[in-house]
Design a protein around this ligand. Structure first.
Ligand code: UD1
Length: 428
């Protein structure tokens, strides 16, 4: 298994190209199921999860053709063509490894009138049930049955979904995405209230509109979808990854560096930018992207995660790495997922002083972190350990690199190019 080796203490400076957003890619790819015409996605990040989703689409009978990046570009172009759906099932083996596979449920059901998808089971960052996905689909007219660890969804008489109205009791990104895709070709109109407003949802809506969907209220929590008879193919560019950009912004903070996050879209990053400024970073928005510079130790802050436009739960672990070095005590509150502090014991091995009580973490900044062998159990937690390693004295080894490969395109290359001493080592 690969490990990442970091010799910390180097100031980072230069330009980091920001890739297409993983979480947008994973909801744009299943849109291809909704049409028999090709959907071409540009600026797709080169990530294990994107490859995994491609394989799932292949299993369903869609073809995927990937062109490499053009010179000077990171993003890839993928054309997905689901001329016909050969299988309406997403099997356990795939869903187990990649939770986002659940996002094929809505589109397969809309296209074929039936779908069978494995229940994802537990997940490292809390229980993560899919009850809201299912309730929203039921409200749009799906009939559900559970057998042998699978959910089977059907449209009445195997035809088109009628459409309907659903008010989400809790904001859910994935459930909103599934419902939107299912509603796009329904017979009637669907109203989604308290829908997620994340920029990735806006990206999904824009792609669906490019395919012929009719959606009102894009960017708000009240989405009205007037079902259309059919969707057509389209070419769509995936939005920049706001979480990747925020993670590299934290790399500038912890190393007292100066990074230009090329291609980042500040419009999607309000809460992160506000947080960075509170930490003491200088953040400048320009035509090329976002410049983040830092001098001295971070200032302590209070932060609570919340659905967009609040502070993203996917940025919590990276901010904690910065706060571990702050000049005072900070308070972080995680309101989205239970059990999302699994980076804490690992950061502690590097000298961080963090006390967790329920959903709250008190982080008492220390003057210095020290390198250590560490491992994490999820993607963003792994990134927080990389950040701590960049700042730490001595050598840090981050194990279980496959977590990072799920969400950070060419991590070592990007960090190495701006001055980090970082390499990937393989144990053979
Ligand atoms: C997506 C993102 C993930 C991010 C999260 C919150 C993708 C592939 N992943 O995950 O990176 O951290 O949004 O911004 O886009 N919930 C239920 N029932 C459900 C669905 C969710 O109770 O059916 C709960 C979850 O347990 C959680 C909360 O709702 O507490 C929010 O989860 P949700 O927004 O659905 O996250 P994901 O879509 O899984």
């Amino acid at each position: 298994m690969d490990r990442i080796l970091i010799r910390g203490g180097r100031r980072l400076s230069g330009r980091v190209p920001i890739s297409g957003a993983k979480n947008a890619a994973l909801t744009l790819m299943p849109c291809a199921i909704l049409t028999d015409e090709p959907l071409t996605l540009r600026n797709l990040p080169r990530l294990a999860d994107v490859d995994g989703f491609g394989h799932l689409l292949n299993q369903l009978g869609a073809s995927t053709a990937v062109e490499g990046a053009r010179a000077g570009e990171f993003g890839r172009v993928m054309t997905v063509r689901a001329g016909r759906i050969a299988s309406t099932e997403a099997p356990y083996d795939i869903v187990r490894k990649m939770r986002a596979s659940i996002l094929v449920l809505g589109p397969i059901l809309a296209r074929e009138g039936r779908a069978r998808v494995s229940l994802p089971g537990g997940c490292a960052i809390g229980n993560r049930p899919i009850d809201l996905h299912l309730k929203a689909l039921e409200a749009i007219g799906a009939e559900l049955e559970f057998t042998a660890g699978y959910v089977e969804a059907r449209a009445p008489s195997g035809g088109r979904l009628p459409g309907g109205r659903f008010a989400f009791p809790v904001v859910s990104v994935g459930a909103t995405e599934n419902a939107l895709m299912a509603a796009a070709t329904a017979r009637g109109t669907t109203l989604l209230e308290n829908a997620a407003q994340e920029p990735e949802i806006v990206d999904l809506c824009r792609c669906l509109v490019a395919m012929g969907a009719r959606i009102d209220g894009i960017g708000t929590g009240r989405l009205e979808v007037a079902g259309v008879d059919r969707l057509h193919g389209a070419t769509y560019a995936v939005m920049p990854d706001r979480i990747e950009a925020g993670s590299y912004a934290c790399a500038a903070v912890v190393t007292g560096g100066d990074l230009m996050l090329a291609g980042a879209d500040p419009a999607d990053m309000g809460a992160t930018i506000a947080g960075l400024r509170q930490l003491g970073a200088t953040v400048e928005e320009g035509p090329e992207g976002l410049r983040v510079a830092m001098e001295g130790r971070p200032r302590p802050i209070e932060l609570s995660t919340a659905p967009y436009p609040g502070f993203a739960t996917d940025m919590q672990a990276q901010f904690m790495a910065a706060l571990a070095l702050a000049d005072g005590a900070s308070v972080l509150t995680e309101t989205i997922f239970e059990n999302r502090y699994m980076h804490v014991p690992e950061l502690a091995r590097m000298g961080a002083d963090v006390r967790v009580s329920g959903r709250t973490a008190v982080v008492r900044g220390v003057g210095e972190l020290t390198g250590a062998p560490v491992m994490a159990t999820d993607l963003r937690a792994s990134m927080s350990l990389v950040l701590a390693g960049l700042a730490a004295r001595g050598e840090t080894q981050v194990a279980r690199v496959y977590h990072l490969d799920r969400g950070y395109e060419r991590l070592e290359e990007k960090l190495g190019a701006v001055g980090a001493d970082i390499e990937r080592v393989s144990d053979g």
